[in-house]
Design a protein around this ligand. Structure first.
Ligand code: SF4
Ligand code: SF4
Ligand code: SF4
Length: 155
């Protein structure tokens, strides 16, 4: 609520969500202040913008780092994450038809199953880290893991 007070509160959805949802994601470090374009572009919100920056102690918002946590005890090596991750699908074509990726791995490949367990290979290519931020909301691997072994975290 404290962060919400400093947003325009118009629910214009230019950020793709409501102001309340935006405030929550700001707190979680999933969005930046600048993702609310009315706040930074419209002069009538200048005071709110300045106050929000001061409250968060940063121009950008709360900086948190993406982690994809795989619980080895829960993972049974089914490989569903390998075939459902859209980055794997884009760069490792066999995964599109549910097959194992080619070896050697493409440098973008995010997941592989090794010795019966899922291994995260190249987090830097996760859609959540793409420069334009269009896919910040991707959580396909977390949703489709049948063992609930994958957790997307911002720490
Ligand atoms: S862009 Fe800003 S004003 Fe519009 S809904 Fe998102 S947080 Fe609210
Ligand atoms: S989908 Fe889940 S259980 Fe299957 S390999 Fe991936 S992490 Fe392990
Ligand atoms: S969040 Fe999306 S792009 Fe990132 S690893 Fe999971 S499925 Fe792949």
């Amino acid at each position: 609520m404290e962060l919400y007070k400093f947003l325009p509160q118009t629910n214009c959805k230019k950020c793709g969500k409501t102001c309340m949802a935006f405030a929550l994601e700001l707190l979680q470090g999933k969005v930046k202040i600048s993702d609310c374009t009315p706040l930074i572009e419209e002069t009538k919100y200048k005071e709110k913008y300045e106050a929000l920056k001061e409250l968060l102690g940063s121009e950008e918002g709360i900086e948190k780092e993406l982690h994809i946590d795989i619980d080895e005890d829960l993972c049974d090596g089914c490989g569903i994450c390998v075939t459902c991750c859209p980055v794997n699908a884009r760069y490792c074509p066999p995964t599109l038809s549910g097959k194992a990726p080619d070896v050697p791995h493409d440098k973008h490949q995010l997941f592989e199953v090794k010795d019966g367990k899922c291994v995260l290979l190249n987090l830097e290519h996760c859609r959540r880290l793409e420069a334009d931020g269009r896919e910040r909301e991707c959580h396909v691997c977390e949703i489709y893991c049948p063992r609930e072994a994958i957790k997307i975290l911002y720490i």
